[in-house]
Ligand binder design. Sequence first.
Ligand code: LAN
Length: 747
Amino acid sequence: MLNVKPSWKNWQLLTEQGRHIWAFKPMSNDINRHLQNADNISEQEIRLAAEDFKFDKQVNPNSGDKVFRSAALESNFQPFSGEAPVLTNPDQQKLADSIIKGINYFASLQSADGHWAGDYGGPLFLLPGLLIASYVTSTPFPKAHQEMMKLYLFNHQNADAGWGMHIEGESTMFGTVMQYVSLRLLGVDKEEPALVKAREWIKTNGGAAGIPSWGKFYLSILNLYDWQGFNSLFPEMWLFPKWLPIHPWRYWCHSRMVYLPMAYCYAQRIKMPENPLILSLRTEIYSENYAEINWPQQRNKVCAKDSYTVLSPILKWMNLFTNSYEKIRSTWLRKKATNYILRYLNAEDQQTDYINIGPVNKVINSICIWQAYGAESEQFKQHVARWFDYLWVAEDGMKMSGYNGSQLWDTAFSARAILESDLGLLFPGIVQKAYQFIDHSQIKAEHPTHAEFFRHPMIGSWPFSTAENGWPVADCTAEGLSASLAIHESGLVKPTIEESRLQQAVDIILSYQNKDGGWATYELSRAPKWLEKLNPSEVFADIMIDYSWTECTAACVISLIEIQQTYPDYKTAELKQSISTGLAFILKKQRQDGSWYGGWAVCFTYATWFAVEALSKAKAKGYYNDVTLAESLQKAAVFLLGKQKIDGGWGETFKSCSKLVYTEAVTSQVVNTAWALLALMLIKEVDITVINAGINFLQSRQTADGDWEQENISGVFNYNCMITYANYRNIFPIWVLNRYYKVTMQG
Ligand code: LAN
């Protein structure tokens, strides 16, 4: 049950076609006037907020999205008034009641535009970037926001006084220096006890010189580090001929879009002027005397606690070359490269309506645009307006989200979870609203500059968040398509979106298939695997190329099988071929122990669920060699059964992702349990008593109002950074209970 605190109510989420803006004491729902009261926070309100947003990270570093949820429940919650089935068997009745309660609770979190909003925090290096952008551009956040950000930063300090890369992580130099500097930029005194201890942490661990390269970048912008201590980003590489395997158009779009504005800042050596705070910080975060630091020697220095990937010898060698080039470089060529980059930045801003592809390039682009056009420029103002789209308020304070939200993704899953059994038909209004959002979010036009700036074609695709963000994602397209088909099949919506739009989605999915048979994230794999040797990040793995993933492949295969069931005549042979190579990819990825590694959520249970869903669907519809599929499913079952805990549940920690080894959580986790059960229920031979135990566990964990508690963090990217999916704790238990209902009641 939610223990609602008075000052939570000062914050209200305003939404419009998926857009999220948190407003402090708004006078209306007008999203454009959300800042009206943001500077009018009184001392008394600040003191109260400090009480009300006190958060004990030692209990659970994951907040439960209580600020958003308590407000949504208060305005939307209605006891279920439909016609629940009356069943003679008490266990079955209990099950039906629990599903209805679960959906009814979750329905009250749906926004008026049809999407599900939720906390998408987790990483701790995002808010500092934004605060640095705000500081160097002299564009402070309103007082109310600043206070909430401070609370968030303090709330996530670890017991050893440092901060991690993400909310569950052990302290790192990157995490600690970034939060420390952020708090100082927000005006916290250096004698504040929490900061005194943090400084000690920094100095005992070697000081800020050992911060990884992304930290070196941000500190350089602040004039807290010397650009000479930063390996060259060689801006001229953007002028390379396109056929070269190392031309950045081939990089994974997130790396490309982050290293692009970074290269601009590097080319311009953007750094803010010294001021008393900066001079003081130079004495606070280094173990050495700042003036005596030999900067070039710091380039490859990384604190042992941060190091996740090691720079390859090839990259070191290339750095030697590009760093030397800085001494002799041609001014003309540099100017040409910077002009090109600036044009590219403008294109990205326009294509995404200044949201940008993600939270990192959002921040760095803002700095570039400010430097290029000034604080008064229209472009910079547009950027600042979108800073707020990335902020989220929960009971641990105000954070920066890992994206502008997970709107489409959550909504597509929710619709499918609700419609898994006939009980979903008791919620027609919810499904109709979800459909409206899905319909609205499908991408309907190409940008005029899409080919020039290496964008994959996108008409017919779905993005992960909103139409405005508009970056198409392969598996989000698949989920959008699968959800649309499930909703059509339910008969709850009329009229449905035209067939031609479904075909466009199919065409896009086909266009995304890689030569290895799998599907990647936003684009095709555009470069050979050896390009990964140029990964300069030290803290993330596999960021250079868009690789094929089990989950993305499974989602695409599933949607193609489904479309074949509904529209058997559409590109029949091509789809069959594509499905079969996709299945071969999934089979190839299965590990010896029967599991699959998941790259985008925690972890083996996640990917194993996806793979089993695809393989079992293919088996049921006769798509592939039956024996091969059966064997693979058997192995998957053996793996999952071996991980079931004594209480009937499953639980993994984020270490599974970073260590690539199944790492059991102390307690069973509802989300992992739901994934494991969703998979096991599709494998015929699995003993029903095993499944019953898992289902009982999920029911026992459901709260009186139909929710489940927030447990461990569920999402991940690049192996090493975790990200929150606040709605997973509802979506997946609902989905699996509903599947159990379908299997046991509807046959
Ligand atoms: C996401 C979120 C969604 C996710 C899925 C759709 C779940 C996945 O199946 C494919 C990859 C994708 C689209 C994905 C890629 C990486 C993202 C964009 C993120 C995890 C959200 C945030 C992350 C982004 C890279 C964070 C910024 C950090 C950098 C290292 C640039």
